[in-house]
Ligand binder design. Structure first.
Ligand code: GLP
Length: 235
């Protein structure tokens, strides 16, 4: 594992975007695993700028997002599909048909998850997976549990996550209580993993995840076993 502590959010964003851009430049048909949340916003802003400048070409890139709220359609401005369209896909030269977000409106989220994993496998797996980290230690929406769950699967969000995400919904009652998330198999099989964490409030959980015991109670701790994991933090 490579851990970088950088001086501020701007530097974190530039460094993370640089790693993703280098991936796309060296392999134009890369399969990127992407994340939502507030942390990757600066990373995506850099990628948009570099694409507009003609420095990075996304026309052959395929993406798979980590997760989606259950029950939200892509027109809902709180859905992760809407987030990705607005903050990245609509602003770069990617073919939208090559962008994938789990369908939170699927009638059977378990079946949707298995299909999603199948699609990732058919693409040969993920080249680089971008991750944030939740206060609960979640990656994607893999919440603390008794076991690490491998497949893309439906999850019940923990109270801490619902509270943390209430800021986006205006009120806590509007936050969905369920989601669908990529599981640990696709994440751990990604050739590279890049986790970004910003702010004092993430320091404790990052230390637990990367310097504490490997346990499904701290889902991100599984990344200690990944052969090519980079962590960029700014406090
Ligand atoms: C959300 C997402 C995660 C994200 C995390 C942290 O719930 N499902 O993928 O990493 O929360 O979000 P933020 O970057 O806003 O702190």
């Amino acid at each position: 594992m490579k851990m970088f502590l950088v001086k501020n959010y701007e530097e974190l964003s530039r460094k993370a975007a640089g790693i993703l851009a280098a991936q796309v430049i060296s392999k134009p048909n890369s399969i990127l695993g992407l994340a939502t949340g507030s942390t990757p916003l600066g990373t995506y802003a850099n990628l948009v700028e570099w694409c507009k400048n003609g420095d990075v070409d996304f026309s052959n890139v395929t993406t798979f997002n980590l997760d989606e709220y259950a029950g939200l359609s892509e027109e809902n401005d709180q859905s992760y599909r809407y987030f990705m369209n607005t903050n990245l896909f609509d602003q770069i030269n990617i073919d939208k048909a090559k962008t994938h977000v789990p369908n939170g409106k699927a009638a059977d989220l378990t079946a949707e998850g298995l299909q999603y994993d199948q699609m990732i496998r058919e693409h040969g797996g993920i080249d680089i997976q971008l991750l944030g980290i939740g206060h609960s230690g979640h990656i994607g929406f893999n919440e603390p549990d008794d076991v690490f769950v491998g497949s893309t699967h439906p999850v019940t969000l923990v109270e801490q996550t619902i509270q943390a995400n209430a800021r986006f919904f205006g009120s806590i009652d509007k936050v969905p209580t369920m989601a669908i998330t990529m599981g640990m198999t696709s994440i751990m099989q990604a050739k590279k993993v890049l986790l970004i964490a910003n702010g004092q409030d993430k320091k404790e959980i990052v230390e637990k995840a990367f310097y504490g015991p490997i346990t499904p109670k701290v889902p991100a701790s599984i990344l200690q076993l990944h052969p090519d994991c980079t962590v960029i933090c700014s406090w």
